[in-house]
Design a protein. Structure first.
Length: 300
């Protein structure tokens, strides 16, 4: 079996690898809507991986997450050569040339995971994923190791559909932990100027859901120009500030329909919409159903 292992796999002492057979993927994952969005292909553990080195000129068909637990290594990608230290990780995006390896004097210990799926291209297009294409500090060592070891443990039992569904749901947990670092999307340090602008803008929106506001109102509250706010907001959220504000309003409308027996025109007025027909059109556009239908469907 040793000769069947691709040359990109490290073969040193103490390693642990699980490679899910392609036949299993074809039969149980790629044709199953629950499993084919994101799925684990392979994963491994390389302790003190002396002389570990990989170069893929055409990249890999899937993403690879490499988490350095201890020691040091390096990565060469589109940003150049960068050092990788203990308690850091990076993601190698699919089909992009990369090269990486352990340092000679203090070789790294790593967990790694190869993952693919129909959602991969969309995930790789997100700014929070692109931020991880270069080495990034990661302080939640124990949480990550527990996740990796649990996935190992389950897959060592076999590849039935229940096991695969379980580990692929754990994959979502794993990516959430690494990409967002335990809720840092909410608690992030707002010292970064763009983050500060977004946080101020969102805080202003949430405190003014009861009235109509314009883009200059939001940009003034955020301390920037209209054009700067629009650009930053679009890059980070995918929406314009006013579109995002309307989404928050409709979210609030849904909550009001759950909690009260208010008429549609009353809820519209509470959210600063003087024209209930405009509110109804906007609600229907975002929710896929009219406010009356939504209200009646959820009436107790």
């Amino acid at each position: 079996m040793e000769n069947d292992i691709p040359v990109n796999y490290w073969k040193g002492k103490g390693r642990k690898i699980i490679a899910i057979p392609q036949q299993i993927l074809d039969k149980q994952q790629l044709n199953n809507a629950l499993l084919n969005g994101l799925f684990i292909k392979d994963l491994g553990y390389y302790p003190v991986a002396s002389k570990h080195y990989t170069h893929r000129k055409n990249g890999n068909a899937h993403n690879i997450l490499i988490y350095c637990v201890a020691g040091t290594g390096w990565i060469r990608n589109a940003s150049g050569i960068q050092k990788v230290t203990g308690n850091s990780f990076f993601i190698l995006p699919q089909n992009i040339e990369h090269e990486y390896g352990a340092s000679d004097d203090d070789p790294w210990t790593i967990y790694w995971m190869e993952f693919g799926g129909n959602m991969l291209a969309s995930i790789n297009d997100m700014s929070f994923t692109r931020d991880c294409f270069n080495p990034k500090h990661f302080p939640y060592k124990n949480d990550a190791i527990l996740l990796f070891e649990e996935i190992f443990s389950v897959l060592e039992q076999g590849y039935n559909k229940e096991y695969l569904a379980y580990v692929n749901m754990k994959l979502i947990n794993c990516l959430t932990l690494f990409l967002f670092q335990r809720g840092s999307i909410i608690k992030k340090n707002i010292a970064n100027s763009h983050d500060a602008i977004i946080q101020k803008a969102m805080a202003y929106m949430k405190s003014n859901l009861h009235r109509a506001i314009l883009l200059p109102d939001v940009s003034t509250a955020a301390g920037c120009s209209d054009s700067q706010l629009s650009t930053i907001f679009k890059n980070i959220t995918g929406y314009s500030p006013i579109n995002y504000f309307n989404q928050l309003k409709i979210q609030k409308a849904c909550q009001l329909f759950y909690r009260t027996n208010g008429l549609v025109k009353e809820v519209a007025a509470q959210l600063g919409y003087n024209d209930p027909y405009y509110f109804s059109r906007l609600f229907t556009q975002l929710m896929g159903t009219s406010p009356n239908a939504y209200r009646n469907r959820n009436a107790k």
